[in-house]
Design a protein around this ligand. Structure first.
Ligand SMILES: [Zn+2]
Length: 315
């Protein structure tokens, strides 16, 4: 009993220490994804050293953390991650970081629950592995700018709590960046409105664009999203091909972080039936692009996707 009480006291003390921990000077912030690092930089400006673990073309659902990643997390003052089980295989490392009394911020923690998309079928990737199951939340929330604004405000408040000397700067930067994001949302709304009603269907390999399609009133279809099984088969390919033929859809889109070979089977099946389908372009679904891509910030990635989708579907 005495041992139990001692444990509870120690636990309470540790918790209290974590909550009150403050970072002074330039905090070292390590983020999991390129999107989260971009957001942290927008808020901290030159007041933090920001780095991230997963670069261009990396699929976070699949990502197995390297030993060097674990070391980087342990060297950080603050860790920022996406949440909603997006970085599925990093959960042990994040737990370990918390145990080591690191400050760990979940970007999605304060997103309005009703705005999140709850999956009605499994979320499966091109390798046939199912990454999220019916009833789970779709993690790709950054594709809705309004939700990214919620993440911006949460992040600024959380960072200000641990780095009090720069709190006001973080809040001011977040306020200014939110205004830019509102302008971006306005631009995207106008841009997506250019797609003719008959072509407002976004077809991709994996179902990463549910939030984008909901926000900008486009229908989304994906090869893996159709299947509720871990493996997708010829029926999924023919079902999607039939859908494209019946709805006269002429463009489908590949993704920078997902292999595209499976979509080729859909294109071939359509061709056999006399319906010509082309690749409308490459979209950035789960990571920003590299420096040369013109999609290496959140803002430019969202604009690049919009240009690709609109140009691909308008033709
Ligand atoms: Zn994804």
């Amino acid at each position: 009993m005495r041992y139990l009480i001692l444990c509870l006291i120690l636990l309470g003390f540790t918790q209290c220490k974590i909550d009150n921990k403050e970072v002074t000077g330039k905090p070292k912030i390590v983020c999991t994804t390129s999107m989260s690092a971009d957001l942290v930089k927008q808020i901290t400006g030159d007041k933090a050293e920001v780095s991230y673990l997963m670069g261009a073309g990396v699929d976070p659902h699949e990502y197995n953390p390297k030993l060097s990643d674990s070391e980087k997390l342990l060297e950080a003052d603050i860790i920022v991650y996406h949440g909603l089980n997006f970085e599925g295989k990093m959960s042990d490392d994040l737990k370990k970081a918390r145990k080591n009394k690191k400050i760990v911020i979940d970007l999605s923690e304060k997103i309005d629950h009703h705005s999140l998309i709850h999956l009605t079928e499994d979320h499966t990737h091109a390798d046939g592995v199912t990454h999220a199951h019916e009833g789970e939340v779709d993690p790709h929330m950054w594709h809705d700018v309004k939700l990214w604004i919620q993440a911006t405000n949460h992040l600024a408040t959380a960072l200000g709590k641990y780095n009090k000397e720069n709190k006001d700067i973080f809040l001011e930067n977040a306020s200014n960046y939110s205004k830019e994001l509102l302008e971006l949302d306005d631009h995207l709304t106008k841009k997506y409105a250019e797609i003719p009603d008959s072509q407002r269907v976004l077809v991709t390999a994996h179902d990463a664009f549910g939030y984008l399609c909901k926000r900008y009133k486009i229908k989304s279809k994906s090869l893996q999203g159709i299947s509720t099984a871990a493996e997708f088969g010829i029926k999924d390919v023919t079902d999607l091909a039939e859908y494209l033929i019946n709805n006269n859809i002429k463009s489908i889109f590949i993704e920078s972080s997902v292999p595209n070979k499976n979509l080729q089977a859909v294109i071939d099946h359509c061709a056999d039936k006399g319906h010509s389908v082309k690749i409308g372009g490459t979209l950035y679904s789960d990571a920003l692009g590299d420096k040369a891509s013109g999609a290496d910030t959140y803002d430019s990635m969202m604009r690049s996707n919009a240009n690709t989708i609109v140009n691909g579907l308008k033709k």
